[in-house]
Design a protein around this ligand. Structure first.
Ligand code: NAD
Length: 294
């Protein structure tokens, strides 16, 4: 049986690791937050006492951490995990990080004979729980074939985006578009309601008209319209605004490096920074609605 080390059991990592357990993999888990480790241990995982302890005896390592600096410090440098992994092991790095950071880890892993894929995800916490995530994979095609049964236990769409770092490039493009769609939806909802429309009626009209988009389909930012959306739970859970701001910053860095023109992405980043300054960084990214109603 394949033994998998899973590091980072937050909003996304916890349900992803649970799906691996449900699929019959042996899973060794670690997070800085002990309660997350205990929750998975009670579902059948081995509770590791450190990241190094988690990878001991594992042939696959999955990480799901907040940002580039966490991933670089986990794997690289003195005491980094790469030094504790057995030759031939496979790393699936699923966090959303800078493509250059992913390439740094790819290179260091390759120097030690370890395979690595950058495999960021889309689909949110609901997709993570349901095992229907989309994986955007960068790296070697043979490593992807080795990883496929593991990724398939956590997701339903697996795309090979290209070479090392390409998964991260695809992810920042997608999240820039998602932010623009979410902001546009929030702005239109506030405009319609301020002009006398019922939010439910307006949402349904736009969903079925040419303005229809993912936010209107699955994640309406207006409170009370979709029972499962974070907007209906005081914007708790889901995808934190500070993580969206991080991804929009990554998109701007990518644009800078190629001289690409991304005015909508730049404006989206500014609006999310404003939301963070108002103390809403831990709220779901659909809380951008508040900028237009308060
Ligand atoms: P999160 O903050 O809920 O979880 C991150 C976890 O990593 C936390 O539990 C934290 O304690 C842990 N952690 C940090 N440093 C660690 C270390 N050195 N060792 C062990 N554990 C450590 O974040 P999340 O929402 O689960 O997102 C994780 C990644 O996935 C981010 O890069 C995010 O951008 C991306 N992502 C999130 C969503 C979403 O909807 N939440 C969707 C797609 C992609």
């Amino acid at each position: 049986m394949t033994t998998i080390a899973f590091i980072g059991l937050g909003h996304m990592g916890l349900p992803m690791a649970r799906n691996l357990l449900n699929a019959g993999f042996a899973v060794r888990v670690f997070d800085l937050v002990a309660s997350a480790v205990h929750e998975l241990a009670s579902a059948g995982a081995h509770a590791a006492s450190s990241a190094a302890d988690a990878v001991s005896g594992a042939s696959v390592v999955i990480s799901m951490l907040p940002a580039s600096q966490h991933v670089e410090s986990l794997y690289l440098g003195d005491g980094g995990l790469l030094g504790s992994m057995a030759a031939g092991s496979l790393i699936l790095e699923c966090s959303t990080i800078a493509p250059e950071s992913a390439r740094k880890v790819h290179q260091a892993a390759a120097n030690l004979g370890l395979a690595m894929l950058d495999a960021p995800v889309s689909g949110g916490t609901a997709g993570a729980s349901a095992g229907t995530l989309t994986f955007m994979v960068g790296g070697d095609a043979a490593a992807l074939e080795q990883a496929r049964p593991i990724l398939a236990a956590m997701g339903s769409n697996i795309f090979h985006a290209g070479a090392d770092g390409a998964g991260q490039v695809a992810k920042v493009c997608n999240n820039q578009l998602l932010a623009v769609l979410m902001i546009g939806t929030a702005e239109a909802m506030a405009l319609g309601v301020a002009n006398g429309l019922e939010p439910k009626v307006l949402a349904e009209i736009m969903r079925q008209s040419s303005g229809g988009n993912w936010a209107l389909e699955k994640y309406n930012p207006w409170p009370g319209l979709m029972p499962s959306a974070p907007a209906s739970h005081e914007y708790r859970g889901g995808f934190m605004s500070e993580l969206m701001a991080k991804d929009l910053g990554l998109a701007q860095q990518a644009a800078q490096s190629t001289g690409s023109s991304t005015p909508m992405g730049a404006l989206a980043l500014q609006l999310y920074r404003l939301l963070l300054k108002q103390g809403q960084g831990k709220q779901d990214f659909s809380a951008i609605q508040k900028l237009f109603v308060e």
